[in-house]
Design a protein around this ligand. Sequence first.
Ligand SMILES: Nc1nc2c(ncn2[C@@H]2O[C@H](COP(=O)(O)OP(=O)(O)OP(=O)(O)O)[C@@H](O)[C@H]2O)c(=O)[nH]1
Length: 377
Amino acid sequence: MDLTGLLAIVIGIAVIGLLLIVGLVGTAIGRRRTPRGGTDVVAPPAPAGTAEGAVAAPEAPAAPAAPQLDRPEGTASRLVRLRQRLAGSQSGLGRGLLALLSRDRLDEDTWEDIEDTLLTADLGVAPTQQLVERLRTRLRIEGNEAGDPRTVLREELVALVDPTMDRRLQISGADGKPGVVLVVGVNGAGKTTTVGKISRILVAQEKSVVLGAADTFRAAAVDQLATWGERVGVPVIRGAENGDPASVAFEAAKAAVDGGYDVVLVDTAGRLQNKAGLMDELGKVKRVIEKQAPVTEVLLVLDATTGQNGMIQARVFSEVVDVTGIVLTKLDGSAKGGIVVAVQRELGVPVKLVGLGEGPDDLAPFEPEAFVDALLG
Ligand SMILES: Nc1nc2c(ncn2[C@@H]2O[C@H](COP(=O)(O)OP(=O)(O)OP(=O)(O)O)[C@@H](O)[C@H]2O)c(=O)[nH]1
């Protein structure tokens, strides 16, 4: 072979090599650009336990390191921490009652003062009368046999709060389906915050969680929920602003079912101007979710500082949707712990969680005995 022939072969090999390299790089870039499919509304379901963000993220393996996720506080330690906060806001009531009951003579004026104290703490008329009646009987008639006023008051308050109610969150779905928790309540009660806080409790319990931002009427609420999700690596399904809340709820439930998640928490809008509208909306949200999986828990979020207003809201929501549990928020900012009893009586369902601050882990399971102990200081 002459020199020209050899040169031709070398150039030929070089060109083929170059073409191969260009082809490979092109394919890699093309693959990276391929969209994940689905709608632009929904963050694709990540396999349980992965740190997918709130919105569709590109799949590039060379992406910057995953964001640092929060490690939410476990239930046991938060209870210890929050008990003190509860005592801080409520112990005035307990101290007031104990001072009255410890008087040498329990005359009619004293009983009236006791009644006023209980009513001021939003206990409600019927529970107040019932408690006063029980205390009168035990302290006046049974006298010393009943025990000291503190023991008697503690026993009667615990009985009033009702330790027999089942306060566990129903988060287990049947037949391999996820548990579905619908969170309802008026705007401002702390609903979105509560959804975020519950997701942290579940993450601490190593449950895989999806959040549905079905409060599509307030863009800030959707962004707020997305931030809660991002902090613990929980995907948040969100829709267009002013879009159909039911469709977001449906997509969230679908993502949870398809992705094999343990629980889906759905935040809803709580506009109360019109009961029929609210009924239509929440009814529809529930119906479409149940095309995917049954709703296992409907939590009503109430602001403990709103007193009678809160009770009116509770009534309206319970007429619109089957409430199965109550979350009382802002109990840290109110001395009106009596609302726990009043709202349970009104709706016949237990307070399951209490909000005790603005921190991300300031939500605790409600425990009647710990609550009464905090009250008595
Ligand atoms: N002190 C205290 N503040 C709370 C508690 N729960 C919620 N908040 C605050 O209450 C305010 C309202 O909370 P959101 O979660 O935005 O209320 P929302 O009901 O979702 O209202 P929208 O977002 O408008 O739907 C926020 O500033 C929360 O930080 C609580 O238990 N204690």
